[in-house]
Design a protein around this ligand. Structure first.
Ligand SMILES: NC(=O)c1ccc[n+]([C@@H]2O[C@H](COP(=O)([O-])OP(=O)(O)OC[C@H]3O[C@@H](n4cnc5c(N)ncnc54)[C@H](OP(=O)(O)O)[C@@H]3O)[C@@H](O)[C@H]2O)c1
Length: 252
């Protein structure tokens, strides 16, 4: 993906990584449309960042995705980048059904079905563009598990394998697949996460991401330095140690 000159829809950009990425991409000369459920935040983002557009969407709702996609494509026919960023992360207790069944369904719906349905809503349009990119959002936890969030980890592993797989199917088309693999980044994804001393500061993370995209527009994965501890634990032969270290840090 080129760092500039794109028209980009980011469903899941009312806060955190999505918002910071949206602002950075806008500043680098991209047309950016932010999406999410919290319309008061969408209004504020548009007011604070002239030139940024917003479209409300609930990515857990297939009808909302269809409506939002139709609007984005009608208003921004140059759209060539989709970043299905929306995600949720919930602590679970898998020793009793009431500790995980509801959260598991919500998490799969948002983190896996959401991106799948979004890609479904945009793929035919993206294939008409001469240079298009789907930026999927997985996690370091796709590669090394955090004990308290089993379904979350599993959904991010699914996004990794989905990215690997659809990249093969789209290889001979104009659509590239770029997987963003954040490490722990200080956002409000989970209670207390914003103040976690082990999380990478958001501005530092986004600056590193932008530098990586600029340095290698043909990259398949965006890996900041901090995610490599989790991303390549198994490759290094240190998987059990890294699982132990990651989960010893975890206060839950
Ligand atoms: N922070 C980390 O440590 C970390 C690490 C690895 C991966 N990630 C991934 O990065 C992505 C962004 O997370 P974040 O850390 O920036 O957390 P965040 O601040 O909580 O942002 C989550 C975003 O997803 C949106 N969202 C959630 N459910 C949605 C729905 N049903 N429909 C539309 N939008 C929805 C939220 O918007 P509304 O509430 O307005 O709908 C919000 O904009 C997620 O996919 C997360 O899994 C984060």
């Amino acid at each position: 993906m080129q760092i500039t000159g794109n028209t980009i829809f980011i469903p899941g950009a009312t806060s955190g990584i999505g918002l910071a990425f949206a602002v950075a991409l806008h500043e680098r000369g991209n047309t950016v449309i932010v999406g999410g459920r919290r319309t008061e935040l969408l209004d504020r983002i548009v007011a604070e960042h002239p030139g940024v557009h917003a479209v409300a969407v609930d990515t857990a709702d297939p009808a909302s995705i269809e409506q939002a996609a139709a609007r984005v494509i009608a208003e921004h026919p140059d759209l060539n980048v989709l970043i299905p960023m929306a995600g949720i992360m919930r602590a679970e207790d898998w020793t009793r059904p009431s500790g995980f069944l509801d959260t598991a369904e919500q998490t799969v719906t948002t983190n896996v079905l959401g991106p799948i349905r979004l890609i479904g809503a945009f793929i035919e349009h993206l294939l008409t563009r001469p240079d298009a990119t789907i930026v999927t959002v997985s996690s370091g936890l796709a590669f090394t598990p955090l004990r308290v969030t089993p379904t979350y980890n599993a959904t991010k592993a699914a996004i990794h394998m989905l990215s690997e797989s659809i990249r093969l199917q789209l290889a001979d088309t104009s659509v590239r697949v770029l997987e963003l693999e954040p490490p722990s980044v200080a956002t409000d994804l989970m209670p207390g996460h914003q103040d976690d001393p082990n999380a990478q500061p958001l501005d530092e993370f986004i600056a590193e991401v932008m530098a990586l995209i600029e340095a290698d527009p043909d990259a398949r994965e965006i890996q900041v330095e901090r995610v490599k501890f989790l991303r390549y634990a198994e490759v290094r032969g240190e998987y059990d140690q890294v699982v132990a270290t990651l989960n010893a840090r975890d206060p839950h």
